[in-house]
Design a protein around this ligand. Sequence first.
Ligand SMILES: [Zn+2]
Length: 342
Amino acid sequence: MTDASEYVLICVAWPYANGPLHLGHVAGCYLPPDIQARFERAKGNKVLMVSGSDEHGTPITVSAELEGVEPQDIVDRYHEINQQALLDLGCSWEPVVDPRGIEYGGSLFNRTSDIRHKTIVQQNFTKLLDAGLFERRTTKQYYEVSSNNKGRFLPDRYVEGICPTCEYDSARGDQCDECGATYEAIELKSPRSKMNPTAAIEIRDTDHFFYRLDLFQNVLEQHANDRNSVWKSNVKAMTKQWLDMGLRPRAVTRDLTWGIQLPLEGEEWDGKCVYVWFEAVQGYTTCAQIWAESIADKSGHPDGKDSWKNWWMIDDNGNSPRHLYFLGKDNIPFHTVIWPAL
Ligand SMILES: [Zn+2]
């Protein structure tokens, strides 16, 4: 092996832990990164491959309520099934240490319910808040009224009604699966609670923080230009579409308890958590850090707990690690606009 070997980070999109992976997922974004990882290792490069289960958000809590189990039961089930399916296919999520030696990297298939992932996300949340990149706003949200003090806010999938565009009668709180329209929940006609369709609902004020994506419009347009020669045409088109619409502040908190708790004092934040889009995408860095802390350090990597920095930071000689992302097309704007903005 020569000193010219590169640090290569293979980032695999995080499968959502609300159902089993199917062959389309595997062919789309789980097999290609594995082939790439083997190719890079064969070239003598130092490869770290990261991914894991994306375990928060309303599709999981809706599934849990419909089945009468806890959200943790749902994610434990699908994390196990999906991890095993990837291993059975021969994907190189094991061993977690490269057989050539720990300094050559390895892999980690983690999960977003990992306590260390939560802690790092909370630290990043606080840093961005302190840096003035969050804006606090009072928003209007549907609330299910209940006589026994069990009333609750109804985030996106918990409210259904008639689509304001096409009149489809099972449209969701934030989008219509029939015509594809997206809208504010309060624009929905004849809204009802998905779980208790006969319950009374009303609109209440609720405070949230929004990430100032709009501040990054110019720098993200520059980033998209710089990537023009490497992005595929559909990636370029979808990114351009997002940027052309103009970036707006995006909510980073929501009225849901299943998720990462907010690192904030004050009862107005009770019952709220970090929005899943903001934390799951950070898994690419948290997973590398967790691999370094829980595996590389104990396996004698010369850089110990800091070894993840080899795959994330420019070294003293100005060499950058190379990052390769593998994802499904649903996730394009999250990787070309949102992740670079964070
Ligand atoms: Zn519609």
